[in-house]
Structures are given as C-alpha cells and as structure tokens.
Design a protein. Structure first.
Length: 658
C-alpha cells in the first residue's frame, strides 16, 4: 500500500480502544446470550434445564452407580432432582485452590467428569456445560451431596455462590446428589414448568434404562390434566415395555415384538431395540444415543436398517422366495414401530443439538449385534418368519408397482414433452432394476464429471448455475421468471405449490449434490428452501436427498481413504493412518474429482451415503420448521443476525481454528 493512500485514510478510530473491549467472566456469557447454550428462552428451552439435570442422574445410573432417581415439582416453579449415585466430589479442586470441586462444576463452563472417560464410559453430556448453565439461568440453586457418610450443601444465585460449601451433618445410610432450582424470571419471564411435559420426560428416561427406578412427585395444586401427584416408573423390559404401551391393542403382523439388548465387544457399549409391525400403520421411530433423543436418526439407525434388510432377504432365500433379493430396507421399516437405544463412548453428532448421530462405528456395531438376533427371531418360529416375510413382500410389490407406474408416467411425459425438457438435463433411460434418480449438481464442471460417473439407466443429471434464487425472500413473479428454477420444475414434472403432485414426479429420488465446502452448503440450503416452499409434498413423501461427497482424500502408500470433513479427516489420521506419512488432497469442488472417484464416493448405490430430507409428521413441529426457514431465509435480515448472535457460541472451536 502506498504512502499517499495511507495519507488519505481517516485519522483516529472513534472510541474504539481497550475500553471498548468487554471481557465476560465466569457464567456471564450464559446469562448474556442464553440462546447460545439452550437454544433460546422459550418453553422448550426452559424444559431443557430439567433435561440437563436429569441426564446427569441418568449418567450415574447407566454407569452402574445409581438405581433410583426422584423428580419433584413444587409450587413456585421449583424443581428438585435427586439420585442415589456417588455424589458430586466435594474435595478441593487441584486447579482452583480454596474452591470445592462441586463449586467448580456449578460455576465453570466446560468442567465435568465426561471428557476423559474415567468417570463415565458412556454419557449424554459431552461438553461440560449442562449443570453450570442451569446454575447461570436460575434464580436459586441448592445442591446437596451425601458422600462418605457426610452431607454437604451449597446455594447459588444466577451463577454465583451465596456461601462456601458447608458440611451440614452425618448420614450413615444416604448417598447421592440432590439439585433443586428455580429458573430465573429475568431470563424466562413468567414461563412455568409444565407438569405433563416433565412427567413424560421422567417416564421416557425410565424406559431407556431398565436398571433405574424413577419416582415422580408433584404438588397437589399442580397435579391436573391427568398428571398424578405420585408415580413410580420402573420397566424391567426397557424399550420392549415402552413399545408395548405405544402399540397398545393394535393387531401386529407378528404377535411377538422383535426386541433385545446386546453388549458390544471390547466394552465399546451396548444396544437395545424393540420393533413391531402393526397392521395398517404409518409407523413411528424413536432413536436414542446415551439416553439422548436423536430424532434425525443417524449411523445407529443405518445399522439397524441394514440388519433387518439383510436378515429378511436371507430368510426369504432360505424358504425359496427368489424375489426376496429385491427387498429394500424401506420395505421392512416402513409402517413399523421402532425404538433403538445405543450406548457408545465419545459419540459424534451432526450438530450441537445432537439431532443426528454420525459416529461411523455405530453402524457396524449395531448391525453386527442385531443381525444374529433377527436371524434367530425369523428362523426359530418359521410361521412367524413367513408371516413377516409375506407382509414385507407385499410392501415390496406395492413399491415396485408404484415405481413401474411412475416410470410409465415419466416416459409418457418425456415423449409428450421431449422438446420441452431442459436442454441441460441429461436424462436416464429408466430401464434399470434400481430406482431412478436425478442429481442436481452445481455448475457445468461438476455436471460433466457426474455425467461420466452416473449409471445411465437410472441416474439423470441436471446442472444448475451457481447459487439459485432464494425463494423465501423473492416474489412469486421473480420466482416464475428465474430460468434455473423453471428448468428444475420442468425436469421434475410434478408441479409446484398446491398443484404439486408426487405421483407425477419423474424420478424416485431427487438428490442435491453440491461441493463439500461452505459454498456448497449454501447452495444446498437454497435448494432445500426451494423444495420446502415450492414442492413440500415431495419432501413430505421422502423423495428428497442430500448427497455426501468427501472433502479430502488421504493416501499413505497404496491405501487411500476419503474424509467428509475436518473432523473425519482427523479421525482417519489418528486411527487408520496413525504413525504413517499421509498425503492429503482437498477437493475444491466436485469438478475436481475424476468420474471414478465421484462414482465410488458419492453416486454408486453400493458405496455411497445419503441423507434423506424429511418434514415432521406433527403439525406443530412442521409449523416450527416453517418459522425457522422464514427466520433464516426470509426477507428480514435482522432475524438472521439475531440467530447468528444467539448461536455463535455453539460453533466448534476446532472448526473455527481450521
């Protein structure tokens, strides 16, 4: 930069000096930006506080140190959760002279016993922020610890201790931790705990771990709308008991559920499952990892689906059903009631909200554990096995029939509108055995690689130019005038908005395939917004998918592996390539991958991984999704700014540094 240019720069910086830099200490960041830690200050966030404390007691139970938990809701919005576990440590913490470990846990972010794995082999908490956040956002917190035949107590207010930890007496027969807290009205306003919501939370936790008894108590004035004053939850059958309650008196294909539990080898954890196939049911799924719900499923779900599909195909071949080889995982899962709970060490999730499990080893562990049990379930009672096989094959035949009808419609539409299909579309013949797919790819370069990597019989390619229009903030006229959107609508052939008819969709799967970087994620977000707003029925019926191309290629000698992101790369370097000199190649885009690599990692049915994009079944949840899309993609930029401000603290520090 030249000196003349420096001379032209404005002198001075206003009042921006050291006094303008604010340093938040202790738990101040939590009170200043609660949304960064619990997602907001609404009713859901309020009950998140209860879940954080209850999860700590559950971790004690799962670790084998507690078998009883008590949940008590009193007037004044006061919640007390106690367990008979080991009790929080009360001795002086070596890094904080003069402070008890209990005080450190309650007043310091990222402190806890779940980092090293020494205190808990598996746990729901990972980041050491749970109970300290509860403390920061509560008007009053009292913690009592019974440990080594002594009782200790300490009180806090809005994250600050009111007095040091004190010994309050001897207790020869008591042990464990009791946490009582009242959420801060300065944060949550006049919002109150909902007794029914807490009641259901306590009961669901008891189902997830058969070895725990959970006692529920509620002040008489709060015991309304079917909530009892007292109840005891203990379910020796675990998930099987939960499923029996959910299925009720409905008739099922098999009178006996497929249920069981199995430890993983080498103390890697365990899995519990329960599956039923009710007649005339839309089905439902419940996935958990370390007692934490993962509503979007993930790798543990993949393991179960694979075990069920392979098992029923093998049984079909055993009884002479040659068509059984065409059974897909959807054929046996659709319409079923499934509950799956895994306990694994150091789980990895797709986001801070833990909605989806991404630990790669979970798929293999679950599949191997469940597969043998399912084989026995089918073969031990041949009548039961044949009944389930028959039901699954009916669903398979129906799927293939619908596929054939769609194929006829697709070919008819193609012939009728041959000249009207987008010129950029490279269509498939539709003559293969697999279901047809259209890949929406970013740019002509990526489109060229995809055309060479595709299966010509089943996979069509539609390149789009860069970032498409954000339909959430555009007028209807602007949407209709956009050429990229017009091409996309024409290629799919199913119409938009109220005229969207999934039966007219020309392909079985619509796959968004963008680069694995931030720009690619932005384009994928714009496309998902388009489908949510313009073709919601396509999303609702499970036709929309997100491809998972790799970001890196790691090579050591003759061995090569692909990593989907920085975390996966680090994992491969520390496990598969540990101690080896690794050459790392970063794909700047799909166009940089040769067709063989693109086929192997992203497009081949045999080796790829894809994420299905769906909509919640319940109206309230779907409305919440609409609100979120409007907030993030709508016309008001202030909503996006507030969202970023509230969630910035959820970013992974390693990701920022990278």
């Amino acid at each position: 930069m030249s000196e003349d240019l420096f001379d032209k720069l404005p002198a001075g910086g206003g009042d921006y000096d050291s006094s303008a830099i604010e340093v938040l200490e202790g738990l101040e960041p939590v009170r200043r930006r609660p949304g960064m830690y619990i997602g907001g200050t609404d009713e859901r966030a309020l009950h998140h506080l209860a879940a954080e404390v209850l999860d700590n007691s559950m971790d004690e139970a799962v670790a084998g140190h507690a078998n009883r938990i008590e949940v008590t809701l009193d007037v004044g919005n006061r919640l007390t959760i106690s367990d008979n576990g080991r009790g929080m440590p009360v001795d002086e913490h070596p890094k904080f002279p003069g402070k008890s470990t209990l005080e450190v846990i309650l007043t310091t972010l990222h402190s806890g016993g779940k980092f090293s794995g020494k205190a808990y082999a598996t746990s729901g908490g990972l980041h050491g922020v749970g109970v300290s956040v509860v403390n920061a956002l509560s008007e009053n917190v009292r913690v009592e610890v019974a440990r080594n035949k002594e009782v200790y107590a300490q009180e806090f207010s809005r994250g600050h201790p009111l007095a040091p930890l004190s010994r309050i007496g001897a207790t020869p027969n008591r042990r464990g931790t009791t946490v009582s807290f009242t959420p801060d009205p300065e944060i949550f306003g006049d919002r109150q705990f909902k007794p029914m919501r807490l009641f259901k939370l306590a009961r669901s936790k008891a189902y997830l771990y058969a070895g725990v008894e959970i006692r529920w108590k509620c002040a008489p004035s709060l015991a309304t709308d079917g909530v009892p004053e007292e109840a005891v939850f203990q379910f020796p059958g675990g998930l099987s008991d939960h499923l029996a309650e959910q299925v009720g008196t409905r008739e099922c294909v098999t009178s006996e559920f497929f249920a069981g539990r199995q430890d993983f080898p080498d103390d890697q954890g365990r899995v519990e499952w329960a599956v039923a196939w009710p007649l005339w049911s839309d089905g439902s799924t419940s996935w958990y990892c370390n007692t934490v719900p993962t509503p979007d499923g993930g790798t543990h779900e993949q393991g179960l689906r694979s075990a069920l599909a392979k098992g029923i195909r093998t049984f079909g071949e055993l009884v002479g059903q040659k068509k059984a080889k065409d059974i897909s995982a959807d054929d046996i899962v659709t319409g079923s009631e499934i509950m799956l709970s895994v306990f694994i060490r150091e789980p990895q999730f797709q986001s801070q909200t833990k909605d989806r499990l991404t630990s790669p080893e979970a798929a293999r562990l679950v599949e191997n554990a469940v597969r043998d049990h399912f084989d026995h379930f089918l073969a031990d009672n041949m009548e039961r096995g044949r009944a389930l096989l028959g039901s699954v094959m009916e669903r398979m035949d129906e799927r293939l029939r619908r596929k054939a009808e769609r194929e006829i419609k697709r070919k008819t539409a193609t012939n009728a509108r041959k000249l009207r299909l987008p010129g950029k579309l490279t269509d498939c013949s539709g003559e293969g055995d697999a279901e047809t797919e259209i890949f929406i790819v970013e740019g002509d370069s990526a489109g060229g690689s995809a055309k060479q990597a595709r299966d010509r019989k089943t996979q069509a390619i539609l390149p789009i130019r860069g970032k498409i229009l954000n339909v959430a903030s555009a007028t209807a006229d602007k949407i209709r005038a956009n050429s990229e959107i017009a091409d996309l609508i024409l290629a799919l052939g199913c119409g938009v908005r109220k005229d969207c008819n999934p039966d007219q969709l020309r392909y079985d799967r619509v796959v968004i395939m963008t680069d694995a970087d931030v720009d690619g994620a932005h384009i994928a977000t714009l496309l998902m917004t388009f489908f949510f707003q313009e073709m919601a029925e396509i999303v609702k019926n499970g036709h929309l998918f997100l491809a998972q191309p790799p970001l890196y290629r790691l090579t050591a000698g003759k061995e090569s592996r692909y990593a989907r992101d920085d975390a996966h790369r680090k994992e491969l370097e520390e496990t598969v390539f540990k101690g080896k000199k690794v050459e790392v190649s970063r794909f700047k885009g799909l166009g940089e991958m040769n067709p063989q690599q693109l086929r192997e990692t992203t497009m081949s049915v045999a080796s790829r991984t894809m994420t299905r994009i769906t909509l919640p079944a319940e109206h309230e949840q779907r409305y919440a999704v609409k609100e979120l899309v409007d907030q993030l993609m709508g016309r008001n930029p202030e909503h996006r700014f507030n969202f970023i401000q509230n969630r910035a603290g959820e970013l992974d520090r390693d990701l920022i540094d990278a």
